[in-house]
Design a protein around this ligand. Structure first.
Ligand SMILES: [Zn+2]
Length: 241
């Protein structure tokens, strides 16, 4: 895949769902795709309000708060394509994706490369257009996802994989956990200047996503573990926090 092509007609907006989920909407003036619709109603409302045609749904992993709206959307918009991790089983028709696959959305002139990032779940994937990374519940702003049906080792390796992307990669995770995550990180390192600065810079914002990979590398404790053992310990601490 060639480099990122700046496309000024493309906008990326969050559709807020449940308590703290983001369903990402990638759109131009007419067409759009969405990522991880855990519920259909706010998506339908958004499409109707903006008069957008839904082209495709992209799924990062199988949890209900990421796929709960798919069947209803598929029924309402039967022409749409649905992309999902090949390793998972779904109760809707989908195109299975694995590491290194590429998908093309001609209506938006966007290509995504698929990166497998297991750990939160076994089949978890990310969508990467060489600039923006949609990484579901793997890397959060100043945190990372819990380990469900994946393993700590997988998550550790997946976070390393993400860390190796360009520093100006924009990280679009699927939950607004940033303030809680920074509070946890500060509880470990109360005098960390970068963390204090980050805490201050987001304090007036309700929506703090996307973040820059560069900022995550400076402040996210899960990207700065010296070993798998250290990562496991940190993940356990966070689970009990
Ligand atoms: Zn999840």
């Amino acid at each position: 895949m060639t480099g990122y092509k700046e496309n000024k007609e493309i906008h990326i907006d969050p559709i807020e769902a449940f308590e703290d989920n983001y369903i990402w909407l990638i759109r131009n003036d007419q067409n759009c795709i969405i990522i991880d619709p855990g519920i259909a109603a706010p998506v339908i409302a958004c499409l109707e309000r903006r008069n957008l045609k839904l082209i495709a749904i992209l799924i990062t992993h199988h949890h209900a708060d990421h796929i709960g709206g798919v069947l209803e959307l598929q029924e309402k918009y039967p022409h749409i394509k649905i992309f999902a991790p090949q390793k998972d089983k779904y109760n809707f028709v989908n195109i299975g994706l694995k590491n290194g696959d590429e998908i093309n959305i001609p209506e938006l002139q966007i290509n995504y490369k698929i990166i497998e990032i297991p750990g939160h779940t076994q089949g978890h994937i990310a969508y990467y257009d060489m600039k923006n990374l949609f990484c579901g519940d793997t890397l959060f702003a100043c945190g990372c996802g819990r380990i469900f049906d994946g393993t700590h080792e997988q998550m550790y390796d997946s976070l390393k994989k993400i860390s190796n992307l360009p520093l100006d990669t924009k990280i679009y995770c699927a939950h607004e956990y940033t303030k809680k995550n920074i509070a946890f990180a500060l509880s470990l390192n109360p005098n960390d200047m970068n963390l204090k600065q980050r805490n201050k810079s987001i304090s007036n914002f309700k929506i703090t996503i996307p973040s820059l990979l560069e900022e995550e590398l400076k402040t996210n404790p899960f990207l700065n573990c010296s070993s798998l053992e250290a990562f496991k310990k940190l993940r356990d601490l966070k689970d009990q926090y």
